[in-house]
Design a protein around this ligand. Sequence first.
Ligand SMILES: Cc1ncc(COP(=O)(O)O)c(C=O)c1O
Length: 447
Amino acid sequence: MVKIPDVRIEPPGPKARKIIQLDKKYVATSTKSTPLVVEKAKGSTVWDSDGNSYIDFSSGVSVMNVGHCHPRVTKAIADQAKLFAHFAGTDYYHELQADLSQRLCRLAPGGCDKKIFLSNSGTESVEAAMKLARWSSHRGQFISFINGFHGRTLGSLSLTASKAVQQERYFPTTPGVTHIPYGYCYRCAYHLEYPSCGIWCAKMIEEVHFDTHLPPEDVAALFLEPVQGEGGYIVPPKEFPQIIAKTCKAHEILLVDDEVQAGIARTGKFWAIDHYDVVPDVVCAAKALGSGVPIGATIFRSELDWKKIGSHSNTFGGNALACAAALTTLDIIDSEKLVLAAEKRGRLLNRRLHEMMEEYPIIGDVRGLGLMQATEFVLDPRTKEPAVEARNKMELLAFKRGLIILGCGISAMRYIPPLTITEKDLDAGADVLESVIRDVSRDIGLK
Ligand SMILES: Cc1ncc(COP(=O)(O)O)c(C=O)c1O
């Protein structure tokens, strides 16, 4: 029987080290933290260039929701590549683009008619939402949240407020963005407690900002992650998006739901916003939509559409390979009941994480929806001092023991395996994680 994970050569092994050396010489500095050199991947298993195998709790950052190299996705891409790979979907027509657009518009929350703009990435889906909001409302300003992440191009970067390094030396970005605290109850910006706080963080938009410096008539859109991703896998209380949605509606501000990380079945509902019974005006999706083929989508109420040819466009939006991959991804989510799988397996993982929290005081918080789970590490559960170094050590040690995990926020770790992962592999991954938490805790003098 094949053993997974199976790490026989301490990673990075000799082949991996050579590739890393070449990469370091030629590839621009970005966000790499783990010296994993991937050779192949299948389902929730990844093999490195030295033959070691790993359990994947990262899904290529929430992209491989249907598992690596799903045979139906692989076939759909190969079949389409033999017909035509690309033919500017913004300038011409093809059936896959029309089909995918219809399917996503029907899937998007709310019953009204919708349209879609297809692109290549999360950031581009957000840029399109910003331009659409300004174009349709004739208003210039935006609201987004502290700890939010919406991308790194200069428009979406102006909404992002997750880590200062992402902004350093890029000023000026797009003007007219007000950042406000999110519903992050574990570290409430106002030092209040839920529910006695009355969800002040949501109400203060109306009661402070609109009264003092931000006329609501000037605000085109508010950008909301239904679960904050890069900022720390933060799940707000249910009332938070609901109050925000009411405020937006009252002032005709477009509510843009950024589902780039949390969407496409990840949280145990197709869209994460569905956990809150909120209907947004615009939905941004990307990452898992193409199962590894780059695609972004901005879905919006039809009446908001750019009504002038030339107002917005691109080259690769509606790319045929991406459309084929996305349509097949949606088919797989349906036929393999992956929304339900995310919910059920998420419950298992959440239970394991809570058991670990009972045992190890370094875990200050466990949170998540479906298979979008996280722990926040602290040096002391009372002071909540972030255990940043310990978190970073855990990421590396887990890798050496055969588990791929990824940090987020200041001292949190996210757990986002493919939704197709078996319960056995989920448990095996959780066992590795527990061994790592135990050993790093001991090394730094915590239990
Ligand atoms: C919520 C959210 N929005 C937007 C983006 C940007 O997506 P991309 O990296 O594809 O540009 C990300 C990326 O992590 C994200 O998590």
